[in-house]
Structure formats: C-alpha cells, structure tokens
Unconditional design. Sequence first.
Length: 190
Amino acid sequence: MKTSNWFSILLVGLVGCSTHTPDPLVGEDATATLNGQAWSGFSTAWKNTSDSCSLNTVNLTIQNKLAYPKARLLAPAYCAGYCGDQVLTFTRLPPAVGVYTLSMSQPCSVNPRQAGLSFVTLIGGDVLRDQYQPDVTQTSTIRITRYDAQGGEFEGTFAVTLVRDSRRQATSDAAETVYFQNGSFKTKVP
C-alpha cells in the first residue's frame, strides 16, 4: 500500500511540475504563408469606442504560437519547444466589404481606404523581440470579403510585406523582411 501511495505522490508531482506548453492549435481561424512556410493563428477582432479616430472601424489581431517562429532565420540556440508569440495586427479597418491598402498605424487616417498594419515577435507573450512595419516599396492589402454587422462575422484575405524596424536593435536571427501571402481569416466582432 505504501508503494502505491508513493507512486501516486510521485505521479502527481511529475504532472504538477511539468513544463508549460502552449494551448494546442485547435480552432485556428487564420492561415497564410510566412516567408514561404505555412503559418496559422487565432484571430481576435474588436471595436475601439474610446478613440474618436477609430469610431466605425474594426481592429484585427492574429496571434501565432509556433515551436519554430517563421519570422526568424534560425531557431535560437536557447529555445526548446515554445519560443514565443508572433502578432500580426490590422488597425482601423472599415467594417465593409472592399480592398484596403495598409500602412503604418497613424493617429488619424485621412484616407478611408487605408488601415494600419504591424507585426511583432514576442518572448513570453509580453517582451518585445522584433518589430516590423509595412515595406513602403511594396503594396500591402487586406480584402474584407464578408462583414455581417448583426452576427458579427468578419472575414477576408491579406497579402503583406513588412520590414524589420531598424530603429530597434536586431536580434541575431531576425528576418529583415517578412512576406505574408495567401492570408485568410474568419472571426467574430463582439
């Protein structure tokens, strides 16, 4: 009996002390290719009612948790398993079907057919590793193919090119340019 009690205590201790792993990638609602490799994530959309520039617009974030972040040229030597988050953010999207060009987030857009775009890599979910902004030499777009205001359904496609923000010190394995191609998302706006 004592042996089984010790075995149970050992088993509970091992399970309780196991390393944290990210949530399984079930139910992802956004996909793309990132620098030629498959990429997917979870999207979240919301309206910002406290900012007068954001009234009647929607923000969209796609968060990815991969064992090997594709925005890096090499896997970091100290990284085993979960290496961080990647967050692609679209700001001030008009809640209407159409094609919109993307630029850096601006205080108030003077062009209603333009929205903001950014991409960051994080460590631990909150420590900024690398930051990217739209490549001004390339045209980046998002196409809203469906927006149902009553049901809150919001979906579309995107193709974007971003360059690493050179004002920040580069990590040794940061890709200088990231290309998202054949991107698609489907989410709900609360």
